[in-house]
Design a protein. Structure first.
Length: 295
């Protein structure tokens, strides 16, 4: 089955601000303001050190080291209860052709519903989709990603679930099990990426990078205490002799209501994202904040 048809069947796992009219303390009447002298909150706050790029493709080419072997892209998943803005997946798909000659394989955090597992697999998949609040548009975006990969001659890969896996992540009775889902996703992303490394390394010549696209938790090179088991970064580093690179793609409007994002050192950059901003977390680890959606 070709890459486009293959990925087309997949399912993903994983502001305007108002300002009060200025008033005097005594009269409560509007006061004229010289717009040239107004300093915005973004200007007044010292922003974390960062780089600025006009396009995501330029940012990725600038920050991915020449000796990279696996590049793990992580996103804040789009959700139906969050702002309807341009997704990280759409931005990544647009940038992929500029990286095409460097990328041999693309591993996506998603799966094909196995018809051999019957109705139970379909039902479990639907329950997971509802639990993670996945927008319907994500399916179309995955298809477009598959098309972009095919045009760039990049081999796509998806997670493989057994019939037992469907029952584990979404039991017949009750809600889906988020811990089981995280564990399965991490295992599969690590398995596929390390298998792709071994396969390509046996070829006399191959494109240097293997890209992995999924949630920002799974590609973390510096995971917080208690969640390290859900990152495949350590396995990728071991398989590539420390040539794994972490890149998080952040949509500002999705980060703003996210409590975890609000605690991050890069969060002040969210309000300033009119172009692509890159913040370096550490060695081979970057946060790329995408421009705010223009309405």
């Amino acid at each position: 089955m070709d890459g486009v048809r293959y990925l087309a069947l997949l399912v993903t796992v994983a502001c305007s601000s108002s300002r009060d009219t200025p008033r005097t303390r005594d009269e409560g009447k509007p006061v004229a303001i010289d717009a040239a002298k107004v300093v915005t909150v973004v200007d007044a706050v010292a922003l974390p050190e960062h780089q600025t790029f006009r396009e995501l493709s330029a940012a990725l080419r600038a920050v991915i080291p020449a000796d990279a072997r696996v590049v793990g892209f992580g996103e804040l998943h789009s959700r139906v209860d969050r702002p309807n803005v341009r997704s990280s997946l759409a931005a990544f798909t647009e940038a992929l052709p500029s990286l095409g000659e460097q990328v041999s394989d693309l591993v996506v955090e998603t799966w094909v519903v196995d018809p051999k597992c019957g109705k139970a697999a379909v039902t479990a998949t639907q329950k997971v989709e509802q639990a993670v609040k996945r927008p319907e548009a994500t399916k179309s975006e995955i298809t477009r990603l598959a098309e972009a990969a095919a045009l760039a001659k990049i081999q796509p890969h998806a997670m493989t679930l057994s019939c037992a896996d469907y029952k584990t992540i979404a039991p017949d009775k009750g809600a889906p099990d988020p811990i089981a889902m995280l564990t399965l996703t991490t295992k599969e992303l690590a398995r596929i990426s390390t298998s792709a490394i071994a396969f390509r390394d046996r070829q006399p010549t191959h494109r240097p990078w293997i890209a992995v696209y999924g949630g920002a938790l799974h590609n973390d090179r510096f995971p917080a205490a208690g969640v390290a088991e859900w990152s495949y970064a350590a396995a990728a580093d071991k398989a590539t002799h420390d040539r794994f690179v972490e890149i998080d793609l952040i949509v500002p409007e999705l980060a703003e209501p996210d409590e975890s994002s609000q605690q991050q050192p890069w969060f002040p950059l969210v309000a300033a994202a009119r172009e692509v901003l890159v913040w370096k977390r550490g060695d081979r680890s970057f946060v790329v904040i995408l421009p705010r959606t223009t309405k």
